[in-house]
Design a protein around this ligand. Structure first.
Ligand code: GLC
Length: 617
């Protein structure tokens, strides 16, 4: 028996899983490293890492593994709602997060995503996305014991914990990077170094820039070593070199250690960039998918309860592949549906839902057992580039228009955001701003009577998103309409870019008004809570139920349906500020959402920005 097919561990349950998943891992690793002189040594290392992690897994987490193996669709339930927050801005420190869980449960939240909380570099850190230690909770937030305690507290409430895994890059101060810079033989190839800048020209002409204004280029000169290093993001974020199998091994160890610390879901940050090849744009390469197949197979052996979530902000046509390609092994169970989020904001700008329906028509079917992470806002910008590429030549002009619209620069715009990374008037990248400020709540402060429209827009975006296949995630503060952080320029991250605008601290005083229906906070919290609870009761909104986009007789209204377990549901979402009536060739029963929509037979009447979830006879 060769190392390729031997995974015997003496643990019967583990060996049964390994019989299925180890050959998948070996096949993926062979595609990646088959010609590497260390290939068989790599397989040995990988197996030992998986076995050691399994041995270290607590009884409690092993029991959770069993429960999740018995109900592998736990994260796809219609009741599944996530919430994404910064530890410090939400609760101060990790130890105080538990005290906020009742608030989240009240809203209907079942999973908590805490933005990067492992130790990041001092000073600028890209909002924590520049880690110096993947496995040590940042002392500013608490300790590893605090994290384990929180994961237990969440579990006790039937909630899950999602953590970020910085898998594409580390801070230049990370201990791997320090050893690499000092020439330590084990780490010297962990990053992508170039002795001369001219060597980067094999790659540079094909690469896009993520932060063209604040971090132009993809390579940075490192004064300490005198070399150039690959930095897709900020100069202090060094990209890892996955062509070196030791990087794969070290990341696997981190991944399984985070699972053993109590993470239920790992958000794999910037996965699309993990493999580079000269003459390509170094995004979405087949090797990235092989890496994900291998990681998934190995987590399925050692921590089968763990879910992998791909953060790949890429073109519509590319995102489904992160969930697995037809006929190929599985990759992540979840992937961000960035195109849905971006196209919804685009549709809202001019009250035309066709951009969403045409985008949805281009999304390939996804494998069983996987679904989307759907969202309206997050801690990042809204990047129009995704649509730009989809729309071809007209895309750039459209992106420029949308950026100006959401920066409040177009007459009549309800938004009060900012352009993101717009280096020149011609190079427009995205929009920054909180959901409420982008949707009109900030502008409504000076214009009595318009707040109701802003509330309707925020509710529309959530009602559409909650209908779609996926596990929706609410971004901290959106449930009470937090406006842009007026003090963002005085905060540490202002030195980097304007995403700080939409990272305001949670306002618990405002949250205390969440039961007051006369207050905006009460209206929004009540609306989102009602959506979460309506969703939980709909069998057709389970993640496994496909979506059928329907021809809409009115471009302002998005029509789509989902069917499962005897329930058929129609979404009718009016993206315009006008009342709309339309007729569909269906017999409709009741609207499951309260609000300004009526239906009888096949006719539907929608108030401005109204949404209905209509049961189909
Ligand atoms: C992801 C994060 C973003 C960060 C980038 C680099 O896209 O969401 O905030 O800047 O990765 O780590």
């Amino acid at each position: 028996m060769t190392i390729d097919d031997d995974f015997s561990s003496g643990d019967a349950a583990l060996d049964i899983r390994a019989e299925v998943h180890w050959p998948v891992a070996v096949s993926a690793l062979r595609r990646l490293y088959g010609s590497h002189p260390e290939f068989s040594g790599t397989l040995d290392k990988v197996r030992n890492i998986a076995l050691a992690a399994r041995a270290a897994r607590s009884e409690e987490l092993r029991a959770l593994d069993e429960a999740r193996l018995a109900a592998p669709d736990w994260f796809m339930q219609a009741s599944s709602i996530g919430y994404s927050a910064y530890v410090d801005r939400f609760a101060g420190r990790l130890g105080a997060v538990e005290g906020k869980l009742d608030y989240l449960r009240e809203l209907g939240v079942t999973g908590l995503h805490l933005l990067p909380l492992m130790q990041s570099r001092a000073g600028q850190s890209d909002g924590g996305f520049a880690v110096v230690d993947h496995l040590r909770v940042d002392p500013r937030f608490g300790s590893n014991d605090d994290l384990t305690a929180l994961s237990r507290a969440l579990r006790a409430r039937g909630m899950s914990l999602c953590l970020d895994l910085l898998c594409n890059h580390t801070a230049r101060e990370h201990h791997w990077a320090r050893k690499a810079a000092s020439g330590d033989p084990r780490y010297k190839d962990h990053y992508l170094f170039f002795d001369r800048v001219s060597e980067t020209s094999a790659f540079a002409p094909w690469l896009d820039e993520v932060f063209p204004l604040t971090a132009p280029g993809n390579f940075s000169h490192d004064v300490e070593t005198g070399r150039w290093v690959w930095t897709t993001f900020y100069p202090y974020q060094w990209d890892l070199n996955y062509q070196n199998p030791l990087v794969f091994c070290d990341m696997l160890e981190v991944m399984l250690s985070l699972a053993n610390l109590g993470a239920d879901v790992l958000r794999l940050d910037s996965v699309a960039f993990m493999w580079k090849r000269a003459g390509t744009n170094c995004r979405n390469l087949p090797e990235v998918h092989a890496l994900l197949e291998a990681f998934r197979a190995l987590t399925a052996i050692a921590a089968p309860g763990l879910i992998l979530k791909a953060e790949a902000i890429v073109e519509t046509a590319e995102i489904a592949a992160y969930l697995g390609r037809p006929g190929a092994p599985p990759q992540c169970q979840l992937a961000y549906h960035n195109s849905l989020m971006v196209s919804a904001w685009s549709a809202l700008a001019d009250g035309d839902a066709r951009e969403i329906s045409s985008m949805l028509a281009r999304v390939p079917a996804i494998p069983d057992g996987t679904t989307w992470t759907t969202y309206v806002r997050c801690h990042d910008d809204i990047g129009w580039g995704v649509l730009g590429r989809d729309l071809g030549a007209e895309g750039d002009a459209r992106a420029r228009y949308l950026s100006a619209f959401y920066a409040g620069q177009i007459p009549g715009s309800f938004a009060r955001g900012a352009t993101f990374q717009a280096a020149t008037p011609d190079a427009v990248h995205g929009a920054a701003g909180s959901l409420a400020s982008l949707a009109g709540l900030e502008a409504a402060q000076g214009e009595p009577g318009t707040a109701a429209l802003a509330v309707a827009r925020i509710t529309l975006l959530h009602a559409m998103t909650f209908f779609m296949p996926g596990a929706p995630v609410i971004y901290m503060g959106d449930e009470i309409g937090l406006l842009n952080d007026q003090d963002w320029e005085s905060r540490a991250w202002a030195a980097e870019d304007c995403r700080g605008l939409h990272r305001p601290p949670m306002d618990w005083q405002a949250a205390a008004r969440r039961h007051d229906l006369k207050a905006v906070e009460g209206q929004l919290f009540g609306a989102l809570k009602a959506l979460a609870s309506a969703r939980a009761a709909c069998p057709a909104l389970h993640g496994s139920a496909a979506l059928t986009v329907m021809d809409s007789p009115d471009r302002r209204v998005l029509l789509a349906r989902r069917d499962r377990a005897g329930q058929g549901l129609l979404l009718a979402a009016n993206f315009s500020d006008a009342a709309v009536s339309l007729t569909v060739p269906l017999r409709l029963k009741r609207n499951l959402l309260d609000g300004a929509a009526q239906s009888a037979g096949g006719s539907i009447a929608l108030a401005p920005y109204a949404v209905a979830w209509l049961e189909i006879e």
